[in-house]
Design a protein around this ligand. Structure first.
Ligand SMILES: [Zn+2]
Length: 705
């Protein structure tokens, strides 16, 4: 068992910056943040940061990105001017002596000198001039919080949610000092929740405001204070060992439903888990508890123990939004409410609910695989600049393979459903032309400028390291099984890295491409790994999905109805609008691309007839050139499109050699039944009475007991 304390990020202070900073060698007093949510209706949070300067002219900085989401998000843009005041020590001492007031962080406010404006010295750093080492400072700033995502902060009358990467300015040189946070919730926020409850159908619920609670992976103390003007203030006090530990713990204060559950590790120690759900929804909480418990327990059965003592799921149910972010002992999720289980959820979860369970599974696994074992560059990372790594495919790819796989391994979905999810992954890959142009290692490296900034050309130029990474993980798993004659698989590779992390002092490790080779080399011949790496990871060779799946008793079948000609006629993805057919994407080398049709064009007429989906589909295969009238911005253009002819299509379909045959647009997967295989197929697959897929899909037989 490991404690969270041991796992707190111990990042070095040795950063270069424009700011002079001496590292705090003596034990610095606590740094405290006071977050006042009184202006929640305006989406503003008023923050007061109190600390003792460890050097003259101290600096404060805010991260530009949040771990787990690799884009420079420039959180500093939501901070309005920063002011500061120096505490008058003499006055504080006098008051203490008089015994009138304590010098607590609330009352010290009476002993402050006049306000100064902090000076910005770069995009996310503020300098405090005229401050000397040893002075106690009170820094004030407001943060605009109205981004409904798991990466930033959001406050309104329904919820107070935040990541400290958006809210807490770090004191340069004191990032390792302990941190205290007060979250002060005004009475009026509770009243707003109460009013809302009065409209609730559930009368019991409407009387009860005690379900306005805090969800956070950090331990919290409840605060109940009365201010000088007699107003009640309600809130929470959090503590973290360091700034880096603080920013790994998002929080939410709102009306939430909650359940607790216990997971056991292999030593039969109990790990308490909490699941919070906020937002408007009518989820079947009992069912959710049952399925999430089963999934989490399966991870523990496989991995033996966890890098945390307790774990918190925080979920916000919304209309459309979707996302998740991993933390060391919690995760913040946002999901469409329709993805949550219904009161009459069938035994086999609906496709929407499977998606939510997949999200829970994904982020939970990240506690081991990203937070504990991570790319080397993410170990002591500077959150003010990009951290480039070719290994995101290892972390997000393995996780994207294992998340759905574990749904079937835990039994919450059946094997056929898992194969449907896997087929969707394969279809996304086959439908992305960019896979022939960007390797999955390059895709990882360029995440900062490409994956999170996709545009109309993204699918033509590259491939997602989530999508291809998941399929590379599948191929690696099946290759390991094959090369080790069924003894080892990807799950053993992950476990080997995790045990290395546990032996490390800070219970975390950063790994490089070379480390991948060293560990994988323990499970299969190194030459085979090197060939795999050069073809499928650093290279852009087509993944051997069909062969590997077939060898493991899975039939991959092209869908003859859902063809490219039907779904992406002329290589275009369009949506029908009252103005005409709006072009969303154009595939490279397609009839549309060659004719000069571009994304964002609005096609108004085809062959002299008003353009709509039906008209386009009748012309997707045609023996003649088509006149296509379209608006590009506000200008009318006519282009000539040369569709595929019936004859060309036939030739394509009858293409005998595998290399030139285009990948199917859509496939489905099914378990091969040994009794339906011919004798020669059985021989080829070396099948006897046990279907080949058992060795692949029934992973838990290796780890259970
Ligand atoms: Zn992830």
């Amino acid at each position: 068992m490991t404690s969270i304390k041991n796992l707190s990020d111990s990042q070095s202070n040795s950063r270069s910056s424009n700011c002079s900073s001496e590292s705090a060698t003596t034990t610095a007093p606590d740094i405290s943040y006071r977050l006042n949510f009184e202006r929640f209706l305006e989406h503003l949070v008023d923050v007061t940061l109190t600390f003792t300067a460890s050097n003259d002219t101290p600096c404060l900085w805010l991260p530009a990105w949040i771990p787990g989401s690799y884009l420079m998000r420039e959180f500093a843009r939501h901070i309005t001017a920063v002011h500061y005041q120096v505490e008058d020590r003499q006055l504080v001492e006098d008051k203490k002596t008089e015994g009138k007031e304590s010098a607590s962080d609330y009352q010290a406010i009476n002993c402050l000198e006049s306000k100064h404006r902090a000076q910005k010295i770069d995009k996310n750093t503020w300098q405090l001039p005229q401050v000397e080492a040893g002075q106690v400072l009170h820094v004030h700033y407001e943060v605009y919080c109205y981004d409904l995502s798991v990466r930033t902060a959001y406050v309104d009358q329904q919820r107070l949610y935040g990541n400290f990467t958006s809210l807490a300015l770090a004191v340069e040189g004191q990032e390792q000092s302990p941190v205290k946070v007060s979250l002060l919730v005004p009475e009026v926020f509770l009243t707003a929740q109460n009013l809302e409850n009065q409209h609730s159908a559930n009368e019991e619920e409407s009387k009860n405001i005690s379900n306005v609670v805090l969800a956070c992976g950090l331990d919290a103390t409840h605060l109940q204070t009365v201010s000088q003007d007699g107003d009640g203030q309600h809130g929470y006090r959090l503590q973290a060992d360091s700034y880096y530990q603080l920013i790994d713990h998002p929080f939410e204060i709102s009306k939430q439903q909650k359940f607790d559950f216990i997971i056991q590790d292999e030593e039969h120690q109990t790990l308490s888990h909490r699941f919070f759900l906020s937002g408007k929804h009518s989820a079947n909480m009992g069912r959710l508890q049952q399925d999430v418990t089963q999934i989490c327990q399966t991870y523990l059965n496989w991995l033996g123990d966890a890098p945390f003592n307790d774990y918190t799921f925080m979920t916000y149910a919304s209309g459309q939004d979707y996302g998740g972010l991993e933390h060391i002992n919690s995760t913040s999720l946002i999901t469409p409410r329709r993805d949550l289980p219904s009161s009459d959820e069938p035994d086999l979860p609906s496709a929407a609910y499977q998606r939510f369970l997949g999200l829970c599974s994904h982020e939970y696994f990240h506690a081991w695989w990203v937070k504990t074992v991570r790319p080397d560059v993410m170990l002591d990372v500077d959150l003010r600049k990009e951290a480039f790594t070719p290994l995101l495919w290892v972390f997000e790819g393995f996780t994207s393979y294992i998340d759905d796989f574990m749904l079937q391994a835990s039994g919450v979905i059946d094997k056929a459903s898992y194969l449907t999810l896997l087929a969707e992954q394969i279809n996304r890959y086959y439908q992305t032309q960019g896979r022939a142009h960007q390797s999955v290692a390059e895709s990882s490296f360029d995440a900062w400028i490409k994956l999170y900034r996709n545009d109309e050309n993204t699918g033509n130029a590259g491939i997602s390291y989530y999508n291809k990474g998941a399929l590379v993980a599948l191929c690696l798993d099946l290759t390991l099984l094959q090369k080790s004659a069924g003894r080892y698989r990807l799950f053993d590779v992950v476990k080997a890295f995790y045990s290395q992390a546990k032996q490390n002092d800070n219970q975390r490790i950063g790994i490089s491409s070379a480390d991948m080779g060293t560990v994988i080399g323990q499970f299969m011949p190194i030459a085979d790994w090197e060939a795999f790496e050069s073809r499928y990871i650093n290279g852009v060779e087509e993944l051997p999905l069909e062969q590997l799946l077939a060898a493991n008793g899975i039939k991959i079948q092209a869908d003859n109805k859902e063809t490219a000609d039907k779904n992406v006629p002329w290589g275009m993805r369009c949506s029908e609008t009252p103005a005409g057919l709006k072009v969303n994407r154009v595939q490279r080398d397609s009839a549309a691309a060659k004719a000069g049709i571009s994304a964002h064009d609005v096609i108004v007429a085809l062959d002299g007839i008003k353009a709509d989906t039906k008209q386009l589909s009748t012309l997707s295969i045609a023996p003649h050139e088509v006149d296509c009238y379209l608006f590009r911005r506000d200008e009318l253009i006519c282009v000539k499109v040369q569709p595929k002819t019936e004859k060309q299509k036939e030739l394509e379909n009858n293409q005998s050699d595998d290399v030139n045959k285009p990948c199917p647009h859509k496939v489905s997967l099914r378990l091969a039944r040994t009794d339906k295989l011919s004798e020669s197929e059985k021989e080829a697959d070396n099948l006897t009475s046990t279907p080949a897929w058992q060795a692949w899909l029934e992973v838990m037989t290796r780890y259970n007991g």
